[in-house]
Design a protein around this ligand. Structure first.
Ligand code: 13P
Ligand code: SF4
Length: 303
């Protein structure tokens, strides 16, 4: 299958982008594996004719918005995102009527329509930097992740108004589980994604995006780590640090697994079929793409 995918890629001048949360066999097929920030930069810069995005819909939509003349394919159109779904554009538009003088800062994990209602997009990799770049007295509404928003408020001293959305994978992680792991492995450093609850983040030695956590794992001298995020990151982390041990923080009271079921919908078979048939394709209204481009460009200019 790898050889067939390679042949299709070459013949069609296609590139495969994959998020760190996808399955190992999907990451192995990709030309570039990254976090949301680096993937959006890759999508903006590639000269391929076709971008196959092994990730979730909002990521593929962002690639399409940044490269509207390219064909953007997603292996499974059902690959959504609970966080993006927690902020329907129509409800947000009504909510924003209460805050007419506020800047709308939105996490990239939102729909293209929500991006059209936003002034600046951020990712977990640049959220603090961008929030800090805005004047101290600027009034801000932050969407859609209440945990990331609360983390930015805490770190920057801001009082952003928060939309009440969460990612089901990160929000279910529980502080008592991390605490138990810390008791079992007292020398382990804890790293957490800022989509986790404040009680989890309070126990973390390091908080950062997927790529930032990979850097931390590589550069921190400790040989043991407790990882509070989606499990897919473990593949690259273990590859880069074969002599280090990583313990995944699960929540035994829920599903005892941190898999994002949307990310895991991407498979080599679906990638092959998508490249062969050039579908499912991401199609967005020109008007939506134009409006959504501005806040994404502002983010890229500030990153
Ligand atoms: P990153 O910004 O770290 O890539 O995270 C994306 C994501 O979907 C986290 O759940
Ligand atoms: Fe969305 Fe959460 Fe999956 Fe990330 S892990 S894509 S935020 S549902």
């Amino acid at each position: 299958m790898k050889a067939q995918i390679e042949e299709l890629k070459k013949r069609k001048n296609a590139i495969i982008l994959a998020h760190y949360y996808t399955l190992p066999e999907v990451q192995d097929l990709a030309d570039f594996v990254g976090d949301s920030l680096s993937l959006s930069k890759q999508a903006a810069e590639t000269d391929a004719d076709i971008i196959l995005f092994a990730g979730v819909n909002f990521m593929a939509e962002t690639a399409k918005i940044l490269s509207p003349n390219k064909k953007v394919l997603i292996p499974d159109i059902e690959a959504g995102c609970s966080l993006a779904d927690s902020c329907p554009a129509e409800e947000l538009a009504l909510f924003l009527q209460n805050y007419p003088d506020h800047t709308v800062l939105s996490y990239i994990n939102c729909s293209a329509k929500v991006k059209t209602l936003s002034h600046i997009i951020v990712t977990s990799g640049n959220a603090l930097k961008i929030a800090n770049s805005l004047p101290k007295n600027e009034k801000i509404v932050f969407t859609p992740d209440r945990n990331l928003g609360a983390y930015i408020n805490k770190e920057t001293g801001r009082e952003m108004v928060l939309w009440n959305g969460v990612c089901h994978v990160h929000d279910q992680l529980a502080a008592n589980e991390i605490f138990e792991l810390k008791c079992n492995y007292p020398n382990a450093k804890v790293m957490a994604h800022p989509e986790c609850k404040a009680t989890v983040l309070a126990l973390a030695d390091f908080i950062g995006s997927t790529a930032a956590m990979l850097n931390y794992a590589k550069n921190e001298p400790s040989s043991e780590f407790i990882v509070a995020t989606e499990t897919g990151i473990l593949y690259e982390m273990q590859k880069q640090n074969p002599s280090k041990t990583f313990y995944v923080a699960n929540n035994p009271e829920t599903c005892a697994c941190n898999d994002c079921q949307y990310m895991k919908l991407n498979t080599p078979e679906k990638i092959y079929n998508a490249l062969l048939t050039e579908s499912p394709e991401i199609i967005l209204d020109d008007d939506i793409m134009l409006k959504a481009l501005k806040p994404i460009q502002k983010m890229l200019a500030k990153s």
